[in-house]
Write a protein that binds this ligand. Structure first.
Ligand code: DX5
Ligand code: ZN
Length: 232
């Protein structure tokens, strides 16, 4: 496996909500590459989190990309609000919108990078006819809605399948597409997840549940590097 760019994206869902600005600054100082921002509406998923106003309030606290993961239905109307709030990447679940191709174009028209999110039971076929509009493919390795769940092992085979699709696309001259994984990512499984083909790793409870963000991010990174030497 090549040593391509890899990224760690701490999920704010497990941060201390009473001091989110400080949490972002600390985790970025500790080496985070992106900030993963989980948006839940108590409709598409059975939980309620934060919206564009909180994104806007946090934007001045960092220059790293804010990676918005929309778990909302419908999707389109909230996209310009997140774009105005300073989001860099906006990803959504294709089942949550009537017209995924149009929603991807809508994200791009609003000046953001666009991503599709695949639930554990969602087929990767949703990628096939929109490859040219994708900047990110995000595979859920838990069912969306809560932090602190256990990684679903079948995600490893699915990551390898997504990796093959993306590599074939890039070989044919397509734009690069990040392959992100979200849910239950820990020090003890991130090497296998890297070996399966992920390059971008969301981690919520693993990072914010650790007393020292620099130590845990360094441990995750060392395991990512080890994963590049493993065969699948
Ligand atoms: C779940 C969210 C995840 C979650 C990950 O619906 O999309 O981003 O915060 O948390 P951990 O890393 O604790 O599984
Ligand atoms: Zn997420």
């Amino acid at each position: 496996m090549t040593h391509a760019t890899t990224r760690i994206a701490p999920s704010l869902l497990s941060a201390d909500f009473s001091r989110l600005g400080e949490e972002i600054r600390n985790v970025v100082d500790a080496g985070a590459d992106w900030i993963h921002f989980d948006v839940m509406d108590n409709h598409y998923v059975p939980n309620l989190s934060v919206g564009p106003m909180v994104c806007e309030a946090l934007r001045p606290h960092t220059t790293v990309p804010i990676d918005v993961h929309l778990m909302v239905e419908p999707v389109d109307a909230i996209i310009p609000q997140f774009a105005r709030a300073g989001a860099n990447i906006i990803s959504f679940h294709p089942e949550a919108t009537r017209h995924p191709d149009r929603t991807l174009a809508h994200i791009k028209d609003n000046g953001c990078r666009a991503g599709l999110v695949f639930n554990p039971a969602t087929s990767l076929d949703w990628m096939d006819y929109v490859m040219d509009k994708l900047d990110v493919v995000l595979l859920m390795s838990v069912n969306p809605g809560f932090g602190g769940q256990r990684f679903i092992p079948a995600t490893l085979g699915k990551l390898a399948q997504a990796r093959r699709k993306i590599d074939a696309w890039v070989r044919e001259g397509g734009q690069p597409i990040a392959l992100e994984v979200d849910g239950g990512v820990k020090v003890d499984n991130i090497a296998d997840i890297r070996a399966a083909g992920a390059d971008t790793f969301v981690a919520g409870s693993a990072i914010f549940g650790h007393p020292d963000y620099r130590t845990i991010i360094a441990e995750l990174r060392a395991e990512i590097t080890r994963g590049e030497t493993l065969s699948v």
